[in-house]
Ligand binder design. Structure first.
Ligand code: KG4
Ligand code: ZN
Length: 337
């Protein structure tokens, strides 16, 4: 079966063609990131305009690279949510039109579930697993068994990716801050600053707003002692990056391992933009395997927002009997469970 995946939940416009569950024939991504950089974050109106302008071209490129004709596509999978409403509606409308015209089934996909399913392309998926979903908008620990998802914990305030981006902004770095902080952290001292571990009522919940405020106070302290407009000292920026990353990654790992222990699953599956983080990948793999877990991270290009993961999740849902019709619409706050 040939499946077309369509992803337009945020600033990326992507189309992919999968043969069967496991073979990616193409996975084209057009990012509008360069258009948002001057604003220090994603501007929803610009993101949806970009999707509208690009989606035709991206589809044609995906078909061309896959050497597949539109008429050969047998299933369409599209991101239903969560995401920005304008961007979501571009993808969903486009997908519904294609499905109607080609008279082929349509499946709406949860973007967060797709981030985790990205791990399973070309591999045998575990029967049950503990999920760690870390992105710009979400931080969740989940439990998956027989197609059912339970949320074990989530952030009570900022998502971890959002904390990365906001702290980067305070440090005078470009958007998105995650990759930059990741790079700078490798050159800094993770013990230069100590950030208080947040306490949560629910065991597997997270909070990242406290560390953000603590960084802001450090930045203000440095700025107060320097001439107006002076850039922050490079060593300070590297040490904050290293100390924040060490704290955030430690909290994520500790709770994920404890959650996996509590559920007795042998597999931990990570996904979302922040799962590209080098420290998270290295330490969760090491510390997880030391405690007897198999830890999964998506392959490079499948970590960021892309349509191959949407197609893969769509196939899983289709095989479980899911079908959507023309009533499908974008749901900005779509939940995982
Ligand atoms: O999943 P994603 O592409 O978009 C959302 O669905 O939110 O995640 C984007 C987030 C941004 O906050 C970005 O700063 C973060 O992922 N990110 C990283 C890294 N690469 C991307 N955070 C930490 N370390 C990285 N290497
Ligand atoms: Zn994402």
């Amino acid at each position: 079966m040939l499946t077309l995946g369509i992803e337009t939940s945020c600033d990326e416009t992507s189309c992919a063609v999968l043969r069967g569950r496991d073979e990616i024939l193409s996975n084209i991504v057009s990012s509008s990131l360069f258009r948002h950089k001057p604003f220090g974050g994603v501007v929803p109106e610009i993101a949806s305009r970009h999707a509208l302008e690009q989606i035709d071209t991206v589809l044609n490129e995906a078909l061309e690279q896959a050497r597949v004709k539109l008429a050969e596509i047998e299933l369409i999978a599209v991101t239903e949510g969560p995401g920005l409403i304008g961007s979501l509606l571009v993808g969903v409308s486009f997908a519904k039109t294609l499905s109607y015209r080609l008279e082929i089934p349509l499946v709406g996909v949860n973007h967060l579930e797709a981030h985790l399913s990205a791990n399973f392309i070309g591999k045998a998926a575990p029967e049950k697993f503990t999920g760690l979903l870390v992105s710009g908008g979400h931080t969740l620990i989940t439990y998956h068994e027989a197609g059912r998802v339970t949320i074990l914990g989530e952030t009570v305030d900022d998502a971890v990716g959002e904390a990365y981006d906001k702290i980067a902004k305070m440090l005078g770095l470009e958007y998105p801050g995650g990759p930059l902080i990741d790079k700078l952290a490798a050159q800094g001292d993770p013990r230069a600053f100590r950030f208080t571990r947040p306490k949560q009522d629910r065991r597997f919940d997270f909070s990242f707003s406290g560390v953000k405020t603590a960084v802001l106070q450090e930045v203000q302290r440095i700025k107060a002692g320097a001439p107006a407009g002076a850039p922050l000292p490079e060593k300070f920026v590297r040490d904050i990056a290293a100390s924040f990353q060490d704290a955030a990654v430690s909290w994520l790992i500790e709770k994920t391992l404890d959650a996996a222990d509590s559920k007795g699953t042998g597999d931990i599956v990570a996904g979302g933009g922040v799962s590209a983080n080098s420290a998270l990948r290295r330490r969760l793999t090491e510390e997880g395997s030391a405690r007897g877990f198999k830890v999964w991270f998506p392959a490079g290009a499948l970590t960021v927002d892309n349509a191959a993961m949407i197609a893969r999740r769509g196939i899983e849902l289709y095989e479980n009997g899911r079908r959507d019709g023309l009533a499908l619409t974008g749901i900005p706050n779509l939940k995982m469970a």
